[in-house]
Ligand binder design. Sequence first.
Ligand SMILES: [Fe+2]
Length: 393
Amino acid sequence: MSNNPASAAHPGKTLTSSGFYVSQDTEIICENPTPTPTSTPPDVLRCAYMELVVTDLAASREFYVDVLGLYVTEEDDQAIYLRSTEEFIHHNLVLRKGEVAAVAAFSYRVRSAEDLDRAVAFYTELGCDVRRAPSGFTKGIGDSVRVVDPLGFPYEFFHATDHVERLSWRYDLHKPGELVRLDHFNQVTPDVPRAVKYMQDLGFRVTEDIQDEEGTVYAAWMRRKPTVHDTAMTGGDGPRMHHVCFATHEKHNILAICDKLGALRRSDAIERGPGRHGVSNAFYLYLRDPDGHRVEVYTQDYYTGDPDNPVITWDVHDNQRRDWWGNPVVPSWYTDASLVLDLDGNPQPVRARTDSSEMAVTIGADGFSYTRPDDEAEMPEWKQGEYKLGHQL
Ligand SMILES: [Fe+2]
């Protein structure tokens, strides 16, 4: 058995004993780059909140508050403002009532008020639709800039926000599946290298990606705060929102959410997991809300804040990249995602991915061989599918 599954596949990168590659080189070849603005980008602190349009506010409240336990900062008959246990800004999630389930904003907090001027200049130079609301677009958030970015996503930047109580010490309120922080967004876009180049111009750093031996990039994870990511770009028809993710403290919190959903006879809300990711090393669970918006619950990724933090590249044929235990990725996880809106509230048109799709190259096309390349001929027939349990689709 070889410990060296594809040593020649990714030149310039070092194969680790864990089976992925590391490098300091985050340069990705992009055939259709967005122009690099001359303006300094805004200094982004972190992903801060998502504004989700939901079609049934009561059903969404039941899911996010009663089942998942997010805290209500404010609510009225049009919108609910929710936060996680450790949050001190007004909200991490806005549920807004609307006709079409979609994402109205991926919102980032910036370091200072001046960074909003920088955001205006940066996106104006890119020719984007740029709007500024000095009193904010949502309750609890001050001066804000919203743009439709070069990839078609509604991005927001803000600094001023109402402070609310951090509930970390309120153990009397905590539940077994406590969601403690907003961790990241995940976006679906047809051209991942183009997305990475634009996000690098915006000041984000790549921490991990998935490539094949030809250099096709299937997904990339990028960060401002010193974790694996604030957002990830997943290759597919887009622009669409793949998921929004909240962190728990421990793995057992995620198991408790599964137990609760089972007890409520709501196990159909579980789409994928629980499991251990290869990418990010985090323990994970994917849920679908009443409108089909995907929510991840996640814990225990790693610190990435040093300037020479190694960039990890996973081979797309490594069947442990998406699940470290080799469990299959359900097809809906690759194909389903939420629409995103322009700044007038209209759904953005979805463009098809032209590069190979990760699902196409890894489900049904893979052998189990990548993990142990010399073993395939010895495997019983029933095991010679793409995953350890054989052909499941
Ligand atoms: Fe995620």
